[in-house]
Ligand binder design. Structure first.
Ligand code: GRF
Length: 211
């Protein structure tokens, strides 16, 4: 058991029916555009994908992500901006196994994280631990790094400090603008979020952390 998730030995056994039988029930928390949500929803359409979205929860009634969810026939819940009790109730009602933050613009409290210990993941637009927090792409551009990227990680009580699941690198080009860089990072986010869900869903996760 690593991070509360059962692990399996590597090798062909990971693909057998035992590991694929029960799909993880995902609750996706959003606040805005929802392109990561849509990448997840698309992936879930594949029968072999080890997860399915059971509820999309937004703390912003205007979030475009809500329209994306409805297009896929997924139940949506809109909660008041800082109301964690409403989020917890919605997650419980849908019997969510894993909470996926996808552009959710609110730090969750330590109490919330404790309730879903090792069962909350996030996508962040930098190679953590570099550039945590807001405006990660701008931070990278302003710092002058030559390579940045995206990270899928477990959520702990810190700001983007939880154990890393997967990362994808994105080169910063000579004539990059913030918008161009954001777009290229977003493409990688969509890929690694899906890959991250696959390793969690197939219970074959290694975060690289000893503690
Ligand atoms: C992404 O860049 C994600 O890394 C960050 O917020 C943005 C959300 O984009 N946490 P979208 O709503 O998934 O399009």
């Amino acid at each position: 058991m690593i991070n509360g998730i059962a692990t399996a030995p590597s090798g062909p056994r990971n693909d057998n029916k035992f590991f694929m039988k029960k799909k993880l029930k995902l609750g996706v928390l959003v606040s805005g555009n929802g392109s990561n949500l849509e990448a997840i929803l698309k992936a879930c359409q594949k029968p072999s994908f080890p997860a399915r979205v059971v509820v999309v929860i937004s703390n912003n009634p205007e979030a475009f992500a809500l329209q994306r969810a409805r297009k896929y026939g997924i139940p949506t819940v809109v909660v008041a901006k800082n109301n964690e009790a409403e989020i917890l109730a919605a997650l419980k009602k849908s019997k969510v196994d894993l909470v996926c933050l996808a552009g959710f613009m609110k730090m969750l409290s330590a109490g919330f994280i404790k309730k879903y210990r090792h069962r909350i993941i996030n996508i962040h637009p930098s190679l953590l631990p570099s550039f945590p927090g807001l405006h990660a792409q701008r931070q990278a551009l302003e710092h002058g790094v030559k390579i940045t990227g995206a990270t899928v990680h477990f959520v702990d009580a810190g700001c983007d400090t939880g154990p890393i699941i997967l990362q994808g690198a994105v080169p910063v080009l000579e004539n990059d603008t913030l918008e161009k860089l954001k777009r290229r990072i977003l493409k990688v986010e969509h890929k690694i979020y899906i890959e991250g869900l696959k390793v969690i869903g197939r219970r074959v996760i290694k975060t690289g952390r000893k503690k």
